[in-house]
Design a protein around this ligand. Structure first.
Ligand code: BG6
Length: 508
């Protein structure tokens, strides 16, 4: 595989920053939100951190009638508004020299010929070395056309010693069948090792820290199993609504948008066995194994819940319900909250329910993975002394306020032996001086290195749909989402779902 280095044989000092070799990126869908808010700023931040080669070039492809300078202005505004690191004129000036814009539509052969010409010129003038990443920040229905155009114009299969990679954003299909079709289309043009599927959660520091926590330490491993863990709760709660996103979200819903990808990836990293190394094949093999052992628990009327936000208060702001949001059909049954219960049928996890939930317009923005431990088998205290003792928990705080919390019982100061829950916290903010890079910085850089570990492969995507499809099929034919007031923690049915099995959702 071009560019990829076997981590077992790689003797480099991994603490030294590695700079991408000569290359460029072409973004399709350059006028979209993702491009302005995430991709352009991440590219600047990488340049600012000195991680891009001097020859780096960025080519925008879109329908707009723009000159290179107009495109540059759009990138400039995006960087000024959304970049993580401070603006430095000299970094910007150097980066901007490599900006080009190609005007065209996806069905226009001549535009792709111009793109090929532009890239060839950049190779010659700036020394991009014939190495190009094609970032498809476009709706999946356009993937086929763009891939075929890249093939026709000779851009998908470069000469020996050069590379050509395609980066695709979710949604990877809307069920197993369509995901297979989509993969077939992409793989008919790009070999699997040149396909980089973005699940931006894998680019987050706190998500990679799951691996450090589990596999660099000794004291978690003995308790990381069904002998000690009672249940696992993975929560991704957002306070934002869906104004402006109807085009993508209506008919998709929370389960497809977030559970199929981000939350099942978090589950895989939490539940998988230790890989032989962090090489892509080893890591993917473990994720595939654990996803193959995972299934949604039946019957779904008892083990799943879904909701749709109604009007309510978000802090001091009055907000409308989904059906009043611009662009949503008035009888939309799209869920904005989804919760499911899963079994992971492995020796480590048999009998431990995994609860996954996500929602928009909830009480606050928080993503966390909580391992909730069994109660001590015996408490040598009077009942009244442990009334305020809950279950021990280990919480990986993915965002915001990134870190880890351990929750356990402690004696309340005083003459009585009263025991109450307390928290012990690790916070990235106070433990480390440097800020965490944005997920997209890490992932874009990995694409340029050809380092695939943090990108789900075809099989993972398909397995995730295999897990979710039965629930989606059930929902499609049984009722509709229950309304919940914006600013609350979701529909009552989600609470009932846990009460039925003697558990309660955490209130982060
Ligand atoms: C995206 C979803 O993948 O992740 C959005 O499509 C969601 O609906 C977003 O808002 C959340 O990302 P983050 O990084 O802000 O948690």
């Amino acid at each position: 595989m071009t560019g990829w280095v076997n981590p077992l044989r790689d003797k480099r000092d991994k603490r030294m920053p590695r700079i991408a070799g000569p290359c460029g990126i072409v973004i399709f869908g350059v006028t979209g939100d993702l491009s302005r808010k995430k991709l352009m700023p991440a590219i600047y931040d990488l340049a600012n951190r000195g991680l891009l080669p001097a020859s780096f070039s960025l080519v925008g492809f879109a329908r707009r009638d723009w000159a290179d300078e107009d495109f540059g202005q759009v990138v400039y505004e995006a960087v000024k508004k959304h970049a993580r690191t401070p603006f430095r004129q000299e970094v910007w000036d150097r980066l901007a020299e490599g900006f080009r814009f190609v005007q065209g539509t996806f069905d226009d052969d001549a535009a792709f010929a111009r793109l090929a010409e532009t890239l060839e010129k950049l190779d010659a003038e700036r020394g991009t070395g014939g190495n190009h990443a094609f970032y498809l920040s476009i709706p999946p229905k356009a993937f086929q056309q763009v891939c075929e155009q890249l093939q026709k114009s000779g851009l998908a299969r470069p000469q020996e010693g050069r590379w050509s990679r395609v980066v695709i954003e979710k949604p990877f299909g809307h069920d197993l069948q369509s995901a297979r079709e989509l993969n077939a289309v992409v793989n008919s043009v790009f070999p699997e090792e040149s396909v980089f599927r973005i699940d931006h959660y894998l680019g987050k520091e706190t998500v990679q820290n799951i691996l450090a926590l589990r596999f660099a330490n000794e004291f978690y491993e003995p308790i990381w199993n069904n002998n000690y863990v009672d249940s696992v709760q993975i929560t991704m709660a957002e306070d934002i609504g869906l104004g402006g996103r109807a085009g993508y979200y209506d008919g998709v819903g929370a389960a497809r948008d977030v559970i199929q990808n981000h939350l099942l990836q978090l589950l895989a990293l939490t539940a998988m066995e230790e890989p032989a190394s962090f090489g892509p094949h080893e890591l993917q093999a473990e994720k595939i194994k654990v996803l193959s052992a995972t299934q949604a628990v039946q019957p779904f009327d008892q083990t799943t819940a879904r909701g749709q936000y109604a009007a309510g208060w978000q802090g001091s702001e009055k907000v409308v319900g989904l059906l009043e949001e611009e662009g949503f059909s008035k009888d939309s049954t799209t869920e904005t909250y989804a919760a499911i219960m899963l079994d992971v049928d492995t020796r480590r996890w048999a009998g431990v329910p995994f609860f996954l939930r996500t929602g928009k317009r909830l009480g606050r923005r928080v993503t966390e993975i909580a391992l909730i431990f069994k109660r001590a088998p015996h408490l040598p205290f009077d009942k009244t002394m442990t009334e305020e003792l809950g279950q021990n928990a280990l919480v990986i705080r993915v965002q915001p306020d990134e870190g880890i919390t351990t929750r356990f019982g402690s004696k309340v100061p005083g003459t009585a032996m009263e025991v109450r829950d307390v928290n012990m916290d690790f916070s990235y903010g106070s433990a480390f001086a440097e800020d965490s890079p944005e997920a997209y910085e890490r992932l874009i850089l990995d694409v340029l290195f050809g380092e695939p570990s943090l990108f789900p492969v075809n099989r993972e995507v398909e397995l995730s749909w295999e897990i979710l499809d039965p629930v989606l099929d059930y929902w499609a034919t049984h009722g509709k989402p229950e309304a919940y007031e914006a600013g609350t923690w979701g529909p009552a049915s989600a609470d009932e779902m846990l009460h039925r099995v003697g558990r309660e959702w955490r209130r982060p």
